[in-house]
Design a binder for this molecule. Structure first.
Ligand SMILES: *Cc1c(COP(=O)(O)O)cnc(C)c1O
Length: 393
């Protein structure tokens, strides 16, 4: 499409984008270049945890950019220290390495587990992951992912990621061998279709990994930062992982991610790990602003309440249209459709007039909802009303 004198064909083609140009965002709303409003239940893929352009992120960017943007990762800066301190204070992990994307944080987790295996477990290097999991788009994280078709897309894969079945402890135990360094999973599979790991399975996995002396890595890139009504989703199961990765919500829309580990597992030595932009003060200051809001009094209780409300409204919708029910945790939820009409509904919702609605279908028979953590009941009602109309049409 045209933008001034330029054409969108200058962009490498990686996905079919609609002929819409988003110009402005505010809370749960996006506005395109014609002024049309869209109710946003995608929020940049569960990224904008405080909605579009929240005042605390705008203020953090303006204030920090006037002071210091990037002294280089070779030096300390205030926001990186403050954010690391907040993250360790609110979790059972002791050390943080900042990154720019979820994939990069997971890549770091894989490297840390391999290094630990070399030092502490006779050279163990394999990491057991799960069918239908998603860990990112670098070569190693694609290899770790259990997405159908990815095993051959950029073959040969990075070796050492045998796949188990989620919520099936025996399928994990049979894969454990002397080469195993870790088990890695999403506490709620997001891209796989909002499939929660049972709390009992997570507890069993923690016991199993302890028994065999291997690490447990939780990829909380999508499920973390309040998305499920706890700061981190694994907290629902009361377990303590050895390594955790964060992304998406931690930056509230700007590129920020984190790799966290316990003290005994934090075994990188100088030269092992780094990155030009990692821990820069501009973006770290946004992380501090996001953490302040997420840990403020009453915030998480409100997420739980709105998650329950969204769940109830989706259930009513499912019953009214004889659909397959809903599932999820907190404000990461999915509605199971009666047939493979997810992509059609997504398209119809986008083009609905006068107001559009942004939804996502991670599978053809499924709609996924990942609104701002600050979404209101009135906005949930409006989304349900619009979806009700689309389901009837
Ligand atoms: C989105 C996602 C990633 C990848 O994060 P990027 O920032 O896109 O690299 C990794 N793991 C999970 C669970 C995700 O949802």
């Amino acid at each position: 499409m045209k933008y001034g004198e330029f054409d969108s064909d200058a962009l490498m083609f990686i996905t079919q984008r609609p002929e819409i140009l988003f110009e402005r965002g505010e809370g749960s709303w996006l506005f395109d270049s014609t002024g049309k409003a869209y109710l946003d239940f995608i929020q940049g893929w569960a990224v904008n945890c405080l909605g579009h352009s929240p005042v605390e992120i705008r203020d953090a960017l303006v204030a920090q950019s006037a002071k210091l943007i990037n002294p280089s990762p070779a030096f300390f800066n205030g926001p990186m220290i403050e954010l690391a301190g907040m993250l360790t204070a609110h979790s059972t992990l002791d050390r943080v390495f900042f990154a720019n994307s979820g994939a990069e944080a997971n890549e770091g987790a894989i490297k840390l587990a391999r290094k630990w295996g070399r030092l502490k477990r006779n050279g163990a290097w394999q990491i057991i992951t799960f069918d239908h999991s998603f860990h990112g788009r670098t070569l190693a994280t694609m290899s770790a992912s259990g997405k159908p078709g990815w095993d051959t897309l950029y073959a040969p894969q990075v070796p050492g990621f045998p796949k188990a079945e989620l919520n099936d402890l025996a399928s994990v135990e049979t894969l454990i061998c002397p080469e195993t360094a870790a088990v890695m999973l999403e506490p709620v599979q997001g891209e796989g279709g909002v499939i929660p790991a049972d709390p009992a399975f997570l507890k069993g996995l923690r016991e199993l990994t302890e028994k065999h002396g291997i690490l447990l890595i939780v990829d909380e890139v999508q499920s973390g930062m309040g998305r499920t009504g706890r700061l981190f989703a694994h907290q629902h199961a009361g377990i303590e992982p050895d390594i955790m990765t964060l992304g998406k919500g931690i930056g509230g829309g700007v590129p920020l991610a984190a790799l966290m580990a316990t003290e005994p597992v934090s075994c990188f030595e100088p030269g092992d790990q780094g990155g030009t932009y990692n821990g820069n003060p501009l973006i770290s200051a946004v992380g501090v602003a996001v953490m302040r809001r997420l840990t403020s009094a009453g915030f998480m209780e409100a997420v739980v309440a709105r998650g329950d409300y969204l769940s109830r409204r989706l259930n009513e919708l499912s019953q009214a249209h004889s659909l397959g029910g809903e599932r999820g945790v907190g404000l990461l939820r999915a509605l199971v459709l009666d047939r493979d009409r997810g992509p059609d509904l997504v398209k119809a919702a986008l083009h609905a007039a006068p107001t559009g609605l942004l939804l996502n279908a991670p599978r053809p028979n499924l709609l996924r909802f990942m609104p701002s953590l600050t979404v209101s009941e009135a906005e949930i009602d409006q989304m349900i009303e619009m979806l009700d109309g689309l389901l009837k049409a």
